[in-house]
Design a protein around this ligand. Sequence first.
Ligand code: AMP
Length: 449
Amino acid sequence: MGSKVKRELLKTPRGTRDLLESELSVVRKIQKTAQEFSSYYGFQEIQTPHFEHAELFGASLGESTDVVEKQTYTFRTRGGDALVLRPEGTVPAVRAYFEHGLGSWPQPVMLYYSGSFFRHESPQKGRFREFNQFGLEILGEELAVAEATIIRVCSLIFKELGIETSLELNTLGDKECRPTWKKELVAFYRKHFEKLCKDCKRRFKENPLRLLDCKEPSCQEFKAKAPQMLEYVCEECKAHFKEVLEFMDSLELPYRLNPQLVRGFDYYTRTVFEFVTTGKTEAEGETGGPASPSASQGGKRVELGGGGRYDYLAQVLAGKDLAAAGAALGIDRIAELVSSRPEEKDRAQLLKTERPQVFLIQLGMAAKRKILSLMEDFRKARIPLAQSLSKDSLRGQLRLASKLGVEFSLIMGQKEALEGTIIIRNMDSGMQETLPVAKALERLKLKFK
Ligand code: AMP
């Protein structure tokens, strides 16, 4: 063996790296934080294989997306099976939902996962060929509370890690309204076809929505002037998006509408979102291109995570209807920001996941919104809690509460939401008492000390 070849063998393959203890401890800390928040908010862990059948991702991510076209690692086994290293975690989660009949569980099913994913990309800072993601999925929920819960949990994770992010939101409509927008987009870009970059010429033919993904400086002026989905969105999608935004307002989560946000996969419908930062460490998300307005403070726009609603994915995959939403956080990029913070070691104030002692019941939209922010007070008070954000009937939720064997249920209806009160119900005796929320919290805190 020549010495040059030998030297190559002593290096990891391009786009991969070893993580030593100092880096691993940061990664573990991020994963632990994410896990603890997710399980507190009702998500259960799922692990899926690192490889899947080669055909699984093609139609579901979109044949003409970058990932499917040029970034998957596909291979044949010695037995002749065509397999692929998983490039993302949503499709496997949906596959698992059907494989294990999770449709028979109480809906929605809330899952989280953590692990390595593989894409044959051009390696650069913050972009690897094997990278780590933490993902959240809510399967079987058509209401905006799904996106809101996922966004809420992600932003709490960022906050706990001390990372400042801005949240960008957009809607891509559904199969009713998106085609009109697409038609307008194509008509607009046709007029400028000759001036588009090479990739955009290809995108124009294969997948016009991706035109809005282009990072080439010369294409930016077209992106800025292109027709926006928000102008074409149908009444149902508009109402849904409005609900998402109302959740953001009631959670006091600032956001920016980004009409150019389309994300990399075809499976998204309606809401899409991204958490971006302009951190000085520049775990760079994308090459070149002018900074987006949210990055106007000077740094480059770096994507730390993103997701959205994907109501049609299950149709493509299993021929079944399943409304769902999810997100994935880029652990490698987050780790670069966390490790660059000197006071990092002092922040690990986490909570144990314990058996829930209290079940939080909501009745109606106003209560649902309040409860998403209330849960954070309970988490801080270290009260193990369970809830079902999607169930609307008192009966159904009480049944779930007794099944879990909790000692107390907290009930918030329209009236309580408006008055800032909540009903405490002793599940054994059935006795109920209405208290101001803060008092109820104090009482339970003492109880579970
Ligand atoms: P995506 O699955 O493409 O929606 O990506 C979700 C998040 O994962 C992004 O916002 C990035 O933070 C991270 N990510 C995606 N691709 C890579 C990669 N090749 N290397 C490192 N992080 C990545």
